[in-house]
Write a new protein. Structure first.
Length: 100
């Protein structure tokens, strides 16, 4: 995108049909706010969401996008650790981010 622009939103969830894991990290949202918004909108009950293999396998993670992913910061290593914990079962909790 361009400076100040918004990140594209995936409207067609079938684009995620081959994803091994899904990491949700909306800009400006804490983990609690992301969870609250997902619950309030009914997104997590959508049949196309529930049909995704990563969702059925329990491989969906929420991260603080504003803090770790959506702006330049010295937290790039921590961001990589979060992705590793989400994407690799053998790394789950290895860096202390899972469940935090």
């Amino acid at each position: 995108g361009k400076k100040g622009g918004a990140t594209p939103v995936v409207h067609d969830l079938s684009l995620l049909s081959e994803a091994d894991c899904i990491l949700l990290a909306p800009c400006g949202f804490s983990i609690l706010r992301t969870a609250s918004e997902l619950a309030a909108t009914g997104f997590l009950e959508r049949s196309d969401w529930l049909a995704l293999p990563a969702v059925r396998a329990g491989n969906v993670f929420v991260a603080d996008g504003n803090y770790f992913f959506n702006r330049s910061s010295p937290r790039v290593v921590e961001s990589a650790e979060i992705i590793a914990e989400a994407a690799h079962d053998d790394c789950l909790g290895a860096f202390g981010h899972h469940g935090a």
